[in-house]
Design a binder for this molecule. Structure first.
Ligand SMILES: [Zn+2]
Length: 201
């Protein structure tokens, strides 16, 4: 999904484009027909696992200029593992929801590709947040600037866990002070962020 700023048509990344309609059916089968059960793994353990996973994907994501994505799931003892990593495109990545029904996904994750000044990709997109909330799963995002975000679906907030450079950073990355993301966004605040006048960076 791509939005445009009102002035200048700067492309806004919606970094995850869940393109396959069939996938919605599959995720509905996988998640919304089940009661939400809190993960056995601790929030800290999940966050740490995803952070390591995303950090390891950053270099490839930058080099190839593509998003990479996947899911973390846990077994009955709360041990974490990841699905295969799915290869996306410049500003999208399609998940594959065909996990067995006895496997419980606890988080989704995706990179935001390489640095591109046309994209506002240092924060999760509205679409990222909406999808995580709809499908009742936390989502984690890494950015070209090396930021690490969590979309907390239950509280409907995007939280910047750590800032610029805390994960691997694209060598081509140039910060945009006028467009610097704050530490947290509600969905409404995120909508405001992308409707402000174009930042000249
Ligand atoms: Zn995204």
């Amino acid at each position: 999904m791509i939005d445009y700023r009102s002035n200048g048509f700067v492309l806004i990344v919606c970094a995850i484009l869940w393109v396959v309609l069939g996938a919605r059916f599959l995720i509905n089968s996988a998640t919304t027909e089940r009661e939400y059960v809190p993960p056995k793994a601790s929030q800290q353990a999940i966050e740490s696992f995803v952070r390591s996973q995303l950090d390891s994907l950053q270099a490839r994501s930058f080099a190839e200029g593509i998003e990479l994505c996947g899911f973390v799931f846990e077994d009955e003892n709360g041990n974490l593992d990841t699905t295969e990593v799915y290869v996306g495109e410049t500003a999208s990545c399609s998940y594959d929801y065909r996990w067995p029904l006895d496997v419980r996904p606890v988080a989704g994750y995706h990179t935001h590709g390489g640095y591109n000044p046309q994209y506002d990709d240092e924060a999760p997109s509205i679409f990222d947040m909406e999808q995580d909330i709809e499908f009742r799963i936390d989502g984690y995002v890494s950015t070209p600037g090396g930021r690490f975000w969590r979309v907390d679906w239950q509280n409907e907030r995007a939280i910047q866990i750590c800032g610029e450079g805390c994960l691997a950073q694209d060598p081509k990355y140039r910060p945009c002070p006028a467009d610097r993301p704050v530490m947290q966004y509600s969905l409404a605040e995120l909508r405001t962020r992308i409707t402000v006048a174009e930042a000249n960076c």
